[in-house]
Design a protein around this ligand. Structure first.
Ligand code: AMP
Length: 249
């Protein structure tokens, strides 16, 4: 079984994002970019499935500018076998990404697609769900456990207030939540080996997908500065403030 893992290049999670002076978006020039953290978890899960013998090949795919090759190389260094870059300068939105991934699924016929539950730049949390809908496949979102075998996937989902266990018919789309695993660091020999692994470059046009954005960003602003807190003398004053000032009790 082949596993397809989409990996997005995003502003590194350690970087404090700054809004551009013209309020059209966030600053990405001269900013450290990395693989979306939930996608690292997705790659790790795919590599573990391959190590257990449940998968035979892992294909990492990234959609975006030429530098997304670096993100693909990171996935290859973690254990993916080959990469596909769908090169475009358009800032793709989830529906366009899902359509591109559907076209790739039709070409590559994977048994499983494992995405991150959300990208930390747009926080959309939509792509996996849209892909499953477009393909008509079963979906297991926000998963914290996965067991694959015998034409089915047993997954545990993180839902509000607890966990949900599902059995999915394969092929299926999974999206990785934080507790699924702890991604490995790529070792130096594996980083060297990854340089020799193949990356194919495609375009949205070649896949017959229109990636024109459907949603326009009107304005991006910093969140309002938090006001300084105050000290209370004791419980009575705290209760009084909660009741009469904050009006929350
Ligand atoms: P989102 O729906 O934007 O929050 O993204 C959810 C997941 O879809 C991410 O964690 C990635 O696995 C995948 N994804 C979204 N955009 C891209 C992209 N440009 N390239 C590769 N994968 C992507």
């Amino acid at each position: 079984m082949k596993i397809l893992v989409p990996v997005k290049r995003v502003v590194d999670f350690n970087v404090k994002v700054r809004v551009k002076a013209d309020h059209t978006g966030v600053e990405t020039a001269n900013v450290k970019m990395s693989m979306n953290p939930f996608d690292e978890i997705a790659v790790e899960e795919a590599v573990r499935l391959k190590e257990q013998g449940a998968a035979s090949e892992i294909v990492a795919v990234s959609i975006g500018v030429a530098q997304c090759q670096e993100t693909i190389r990171t996935a290859l260094a973690m254990g993916a076998d080959r990469g596909i870059l769908i090169e475009t300068r358009v800032e793709t939105q989830p529906l366009a990404v899902a359509k591109l991934l559907k076209a790739l699924v039709e070409r590559e016929s994977p048994g499983l697609v494992i995405l991150g539950k959300q990208a930390i730049d747009d926080d959309c949390n939509q792509t996996g769900q849209m892909l499953a809908a477009l393909l008509g496949w079963a979906q297991g979102t926000f998963i914290s456990k996965a067991k694959i075998g015998d034409g089915k996937a047993e997954v545990v989902r993180e839902v509000d207030g607890g966990l949900e266990s599902l059995v999915l018919k394969m092929p299926a789309v999974l999206t990785a939540d934080l507790r699924l695993n702890e991604p490995r660091y790529a070792s130096l020999p594996n980083i060297m080996k990854a340089k020799k692994k193949p990356i194919e470059t495609l375009t949205p046009e070649a896949l017959g997908v229109d990636v024109t954005p459907r949603i326009a960003t009107l304005k991006v602003e910093e969140p309002p500065k938090r006001k300084a807190g105050g000290k209370v003398a004791g419980v009575a004053e705290l209760v009084d403030k909660l009741k009469n000032e904050a009006k929350v009790i």
